[in-house]
Design a protein around this ligand. Structure first.
Ligand code: NAD
Ligand code: TYD
Length: 375
């Protein structure tokens, strides 16, 4: 399928921005139009490297603006929608689910309607157009430690408002394929790490707190398990599904790299200890970090009250995308983590600019002060 004119929703967010860079580097002749509402999580600085590139255009808009989306699909002759735009943080969905329902459900609905109208009702051929929906492993719910990993046929059992809204969006995409014949694919991915991630998510939050000498809040007993995939590998998986996946199908994209949160936080701490002891410049740049005084970063770990409804374990069986499309992650977790930490150290301006200082207060309101220990 020659998909060479992409509309990327949410392209100013973490994975979307990585995808735009990945795509333009690998497909320099392709057109990429980014549509993003620039919520707190959207950041034009993440797209700075492609600003001025003649094949790239940024549109500041909400995915719910159906008329505008239709207009873009027509004028730009878009033949692939890669749909990342979402409210994506579980903790925020617990505090206030409304934007999650608006964007993740109604926003996806608006995009589907626009695609149906322009591609299926006005278009001459629907066969060379594809709607790819980017989703999450969280729609499957929670596993116990000894359970089999989730496959594409596992039942949907979303537990958080975020997961429920993504599950609903997945069902809408499936229904648009089944009922109206829209060529649509879905990928459900595990937790990503890498450049440009907003520092409310586990890895950048821990890293930045280490640099600033702030406590590292580990929810509950820290034994919750996630499967971690480097964001570039996720982009490669989406590319494979977009180009060669079967219409109407869902593909799990996982890394087979399960870690407990506590193990992962300790790995970040050890890596930072080593970086500080090898580079005196870091001690001068981040004097508040315990590592600057030769102490272990893990001294900052605090067990705090658990996230309400916290899913115990996510793990994906990625056998389908491996056997059908030849997908395999190229980055082991240790390498991915090292790359990510180096990126944040090299891009201090980026994270300083996006840090929302009210965030710490907001976490306190949700979970109470850090000394309400649970572990
Ligand atoms: P993110 O929160 O970093 O970025 C979301 C982007 O969407 C932001 O740029 C934001 O401005 C934009 N956006 C939000 N609401 C919008 C709206 N109504 N209209 C237009 N733009 C809007 O999210 P992310 O981590 O990059 O996740 C991207 C997608 O991947 C999401 O759909 C998420 O569910 C999925 N996903 C994420 C992960 C992960 O580990 N981060 C894992 C699996 C799946
Ligand atoms: P997060 O990065 O928010 O991703 P998700 O909830 O989508 O998996 O959190 C990853 C895991 O880390 C999750 O089990 C919650 C836990 N966590 C903490 O223990 N402390 C924190 O400060 C954050 C943000 C997350």
């Amino acid at each position: 399928m020659a998909l060479d004119r992409l509309l990327v929703t949410g392209g100013a967010g973490f994975i979307g921005a990585n995808f735009v860079h990945y795509w333009l580097a690998r497909h320099p002749g392709h057109r990429v139009v980014v549509l993003d509402a620039l919520t707190y999580a959207g950041n034009l600085a993440s797209l700075e490297p492609v600003r001025g590139c003649e094949n790239y255009r940024f549109v500041h808009a909400n995915i719910g603006d159906e008329t505008l989306v239709e207009d873009i699909l027509r004028r730009e002759e878009i033949n692939a929608i890669v749909h990342f735009a979402a409210e994506s943080h579980v903790d925020r969905s617990i505090l206030g689910p409304d934007p999650f329902l608006h964007t993740n459900i109604m926003g996806t609905h608006a995009l589907l309607k626009a695609a149906k109208k322009v591609w299926l009702e006005e278009g001459e051929s629907a066969s060379d157009r594809r709607f790819h929906h980017v989703s999450t492993d969280e729609v499957y719910g929670s596993l116990d430690f000894n359970d089999e990993r989730f496959s594409e046929s596992s039942p949907y059992r979303p537990n958080s408002p975020y997961a429920a809204s993504k599950a609903c969006a997945d069902h809408l995409v499936r229904a648009w394929h089944h009922t109206y014949g829209l060529d649509a694919t879905i990928s459900n991915c595990s937790n990503n790490l890498g450049p440009f991630q907003f520092p409310e998510k586990l890895i950048p939050l821990m890293l930045i707190n280490i640099l600033l000498g702030r406590e590292l809040p580990v929810y509950g007993d820290g034994r919750h398990v996630r499967d971690w995939l480097y964001v570039e590998d996720h982009c490669r998986g989406i590319e494979l599904v977009l180009e060669r996946g079967r219409g109407g199908e869902t593909y799990n994209i996982g890394a087979n790299a399960e870690r407990s949160n506590l193990d992962l936080v300790h790995a970040v701490c050890r890596a930072m200890d080593a970086l500080f002891s090898a580079d005196p410049g870091l001690r001068r740049r981040f004097p508040d970090s315990p590592a600057a005084a030769g102490r272990e970063c893990s001294d900052l770990i605090r067990f705090v009250a658990d996230r309400p409804g916290h899913d115990r374990r996510y793990a994906l069986d990625a056998g389908k995308i491996r056997s059908e499309l030849g997908f395999a992650p190229a980055h082991a977790l240790d390498t991915a983590l090292a790359r990510t930490l180096h990126w944040y150290l090299d891009h201090e301006d980026w994270w300083r600019a996006v840090m929302d200082h009210s965030y710490a207060d907001w976490v306190k309101r949700l979970y109470g002060p850090l000394d309400r220990t649970a572990g």
